[in-house]
Design a protein around this ligand. Structure first.
Ligand code: SF4
Length: 376
């Protein structure tokens, strides 16, 4: 049975349900959905031509409410940098990869990656509510591009059922929350019917870029036996608005655990002030725990948005002095070839032997620390 979905199909589906979700449908329709919609944006002719060329490598899409956050008078606007194609994307740099974190090498069946024993990535769709220029999966989104079909998920669901070591299923993509409620409910029900699965994780930009899509129907589709963790993807404090606040409140009140992962992006959030405001407001305003700050992946055409690791380490060292532990994310690199996420924070402790350590405090001063343990 063919059961492909795209945004038009999602909207049609919701309309059949009585049009309850009109707000987010209007937001999608009034935004950029195709390259030709770039014509409506206040770009210069040169910028538009470059954007069209860059969009050939990675689709372009952004809801209107997200585009409305852009200050079009600022060519370096941090929201614009995330969604408007740039000619810099056409510059490929040595070492960049089509599959920067090794998804394909760890994919035993299509639409599933099994890199760590207790968890898998499941790709119910390769479509998103917004296409982020820095996305490390952009080549899969472009090459595969397909939405949800029931038939396509049978092999990965069979795989999960036959691997009893799997406890967490991570819906990623593509953006799983760009699917219709009915599809989400069906996927959730199929996963929770597998007894050894304990946790459902949703990795999504929808609460950031299309917050009106977080409706009671969407929440109900995800509620069931499984503990649910929603991992949002805010990269800048300007993305925190009354609408995103309402979306996160709805998800929290549903009993879901909310975490955020950001990508460190040059020209978007690579200053202590930008990261401090982002992490503080995530926790204090949205109730979302800053979880990971990712070093920029080796995505093709993204050299202009990557910092060096040393720059990232200096930023997170400064952040540790300014923010409480609960507001501090862990700075990680997702290693190519499937090496996993590795913390990059500079080590503050050096063994000196005989139970002594030299440890640097938050004030920058080094102190001796003597361990005291019962060795009997
Ligand atoms: S929403 Fe996520 S998967 Fe989709 S383009 Fe953005 S970062 Fe990539």
């Amino acid at each position: 049975m063919s059961n492909e979905f795209d945004h038009d199909a999602v909207a049609a589906d919701a309309a059949r349900d009585g049009g309850r979700d009109a707000a987010w449908q209007d937001d999608v329709r009034a935004g950029v959905r195709h390259v030709r919609d770039l014509d409506a944006l206040p770009l210069s002719a040169g910028e538009r031509a470059a954007a069209v060329q860059a969009a050939a490598n990675h689709k372009v899409r952004a809801p209107k409410s997200y585009l409305d956050l852009i200050d079009w008078n600022d060519p370096d606007d941090p929201i614009r940098a995330q969604v408007i194609p740039s000619p810099d994307e056409l510059v490929e740099t040595d070492g960049e990869l089509d599959d920067p974190i090794g998804d394909h090498a760890y994919s035993p069946v299509p639409r599933l990656t099994h890199r760590h024993a207790d968890r898998v990535l499941l790709f119910p769709t390769y479509q998103c509510a917004v296409y982020c220029r820095f996305c490390f999966r952009k080549e899969s989104l472009t090459a595969i591009g397909r939405g949800y079909t029931r038939a396509a998920l049978e092999p990965p669901l069979d795989y999960i059922a036959s691997h009893t070591e799997i406890r967490e299923v991570i819906l990623t993509g593509g953006d799983p929350l760009s699917l219709p409620d009915k599809a989400l409910e069906e996927i959730r029900a199929r996963i929770e019917a597998i007894a050894h699965v304990r946790l459902l994780r949703i990795h999504t930009r929808v609460p950031v870029a299309l917050p009106a899509r977080v409706t009671p129907g969407l929440v109900a589709a995800l509620q069931g036996r499984l503990m649910v963790t929603v991992v949002t993807h805010f990269n800048h404090a300007r993305e925190i608005t009354p609408a995103t606040e309402a979306a996160c409140r709805t998800l929290r009140q549903a009993g879901f655990v909310l975490l955020n992962q950001s990508v460190l992006l040059k020209g978007v959030n690579d200053s202590v002030e930008a990261l401090e405001e982002l992490c503080r407001e995530l926790m204090y305003q949205l109730g979302v725990k800053p979880y990971y700050l990712h070093h920029g992946d080796l995505t093709r055409g993204m050299a202009h948005r990557r910092t060096t690791i040393a720059e990232g380490q200096a930023l997170v060292a400064a952040l540790r002095k300014r923010l409480s532990g609960i507001c501090n994310p862990t700075y990680v690199i997702d290693l190519p070839d499937g090496g996993g996420k590795v913390p990059l924070s500079a080590c503050q402790a050096e063994p000196k032997g005989d139970g002594f350590w030299r440890i640097r405090g938050l004030d920058g001063q080094e102190r001796d620390y003597r361990e005291s343990v019962d060795e009997s």
